[in-house]
Design a protein around this ligand. Structure first.
Ligand code: ADP
Length: 479
């Protein structure tokens, strides 16, 4: 099949979250199965400055209509490997910036124009390059209007651009909502500025484009696919999603088992595997040294995430005393809301021997945190899929997760199944997290039970190969 993916992030070029990892691993796996995979991405500054871009070839010049203007753009091609081409849409006015979506604390004011432009550019690129795709698979709100715009362009030109369109929701909390006056940049007929179009409570919703106009809607775990049909998790879009329920499919993400492999991970001081965990001790020891915490026999808890409400920071902040009281170590790597950053810094100042917080993006350190931790914390309020709970199982750090979204699909709790359990899950409440933390102390004391949980996790197959086969089947069943 000819498969085109379009998204606003792709590892290792541009990444703010799991979307980048998923896009990279999925397209790599599909190309590995023999499919012709194209990926369309905005040419952000990180791309323009990358080594790979030095070899990029200019393919086509775009002329994109945005309200009453016609804006030029260029599409460059970069080879990502066998059967994988990356097309980057270059318009420096929009994409040559330090961050993809906004400066810290504030989104860019022209994100409506930037991403409407990108949606149009996706369709135009497919047209001008004459890709004739079997599948166009768009990811998240930044590409939400592309499935609709593709059909409009097909109608206008009489040319088939893609047989079927898929739209993936990686996180329904991010919807691409803009004032209704932004609708004019779409140049779509006014009939789409309606409740069964992309209007959302007198605003314009880019994610609604994907939800209503893609042939299939996907999300990143079976449990999240069920949750988003309810008011608790539907973020106001549960009604729209219910309309498309028959075409909504949840497939849990996989992980890149080559990038995340403790037996060959260059970011670690020593390698280890499920048969021989000796190297994990060296990782633990180096991790504690690196974050200036004293060595200890007590459990080390790790956490790597965006510091936002979603990730359960409120819950965690109310349990911080647990780590101090029990002489444990808590190591957090993340960036995010200033209020959380400040609150965490205060804890570090007050308890420098127990708590460490690294407020930065650091890919290498994220590997060391997974390898050096005894437990991995993920007290999310909601979690479409989550990746770190899978990384942590592979790295022998027993995950402590709230029982929501993909965390429910990917972590078997020892409380439910002591034989196969590989983590501890809890309801995301104060009582729930407190209970789970106490449970983890008990588990750590019972060396045999702890080793079993570690081993169960390390034995799980979270590889993308398995997951990508499900996508392949869904694509081929749809055409
Ligand atoms: P989300 O996409 O909601 O942020 P996921 O768990 O799906 O959450 O994916 C987050 C990804 O980003 C993981 O690979 C995680 O390790 C990584 N990550 C988050 N914060 C940081 C950070 N500060 N440094 C390095 N990696 C990070």
């Amino acid at each position: 099949m000819k498969i085109v993916h379009a998204a606003s992030e792709l590892f290792p070029f541009v990444k703010t979250g799991g979307l980048a990892d998923v896009c990279a691993a999925l397209s790599k796996s599909l190309a590995g199965f023999g499919h012709e995979v194209s990926f369309i991405l905005p040419a952000y500054r990180q791309i323009l400055e990358s080594e790979a871009f030095k070899k990029a070839k200019l393919k086509v010049v775009l002329q994109i209509e945005l309200d009453q203007d016609f804006l030029r753009g260029e599409v460059y091609a970069l080879s990502l490997g066998k059967r994988q081409t990356l097309y980057v849409v270059r318009r420096d006015e929009f994409f040559d910036r330090t961050y993809p979506y906004g400066n810290p604390g504030r989104d860019y004011d022209d994100n409506d124009r930037r991403y409407i432009y990108f949606c149009k550019a996706i369709v135009e690129t497919m047209h001008l390059l004459d890709i004739k795709a079997d599948i166009l698979h768009c990811h998240d709100w930044q590409t939400g209007l592309a499935p609709l715009m593709l059909r409009m362009e097909e109608q206008e030109s009489g040319i088939s651009l893609a047989l079927k369109t898929f739209f993936s929701i990686h996180n329904l909390a991010f919807q691409g909502l803009f004032p209704s006056r932004s609708f004019r940049f779409t140049n779509l007929p006014e009939e789409f500025n309606a409740v069964d179009g992309i209007e959302f409570y007198e605003q314009m919703s880019m994610i609604k484009g994907g939800i209503f106009f893609a042939d299939k809607i996907m999300t990143v775990s079976p449990n999240y696919a069920k949750e988003i049909l309810t008011p608790d998790f539907g973020c106001g879009l549960e009604g729209a999603l219910q309309v498309r329920e028959d075409d909504l499919i949840g497939v849990a993400n996989g992980i890149d088992t080559e990038v995340w492999d403790p037996s060959s991970d260059d970011a670690l001081p020593a390698f280890y595997s499920k048969g021989n965990l000796a190297g994990k001790k060296a990782c633990r020891s180096l991790l504690l040294d690196e974050v200036h915490l004293p060595q200890t026999e007590k459990p080390v808890y790790g956490m790597i995430c965006r510091l936002t409400e979603q990730k359960g920071l409120d819950l965690l902040l109310r349990q911080m005393n647990f780590f101090v009281k029990n002489d444990c170590r808590l190591i957090i790597l993340g960036m995010g809301d200033q209020s959380y950053e400040r609150a965490l810094k205060r804890w570090v100042k007050a308890h420098p021997n127990h708590i460490s917080v690294s407020l930065r993006l650091d890919e290498n350190m994220s590997h060391l945190v997974e390898a050096g931790s005894d437990f991995y914390l993920m007290p999310s309020i909601f979690e479409p899929c989550g990746l770190n709970q899978m990384y942590s199982q592979r790295y022998g750090a027993v995950p402590i997760v709230s029982a929501v979204g993909g965390l429910k699909d990917t972590v078997v709790s020892i409380l439910d199944d002591p034989e196969k359990g590989a983590g501890i899950s809890f309801e995301p409440t104060d009582e729930g997290l407190k209970g789970a933390l106490n449970q983890s102390l008990k588990l750590f004391d019972d060396k045999e039970a702890y080793a079993k949980a570690q081993k169960n996790g390390m034995e799980r197959d979270f590889s993308w190969k398995k997951v990508a086969r499900q996508y392949e089947e869904l694509y081929s069943d749809s055409i």
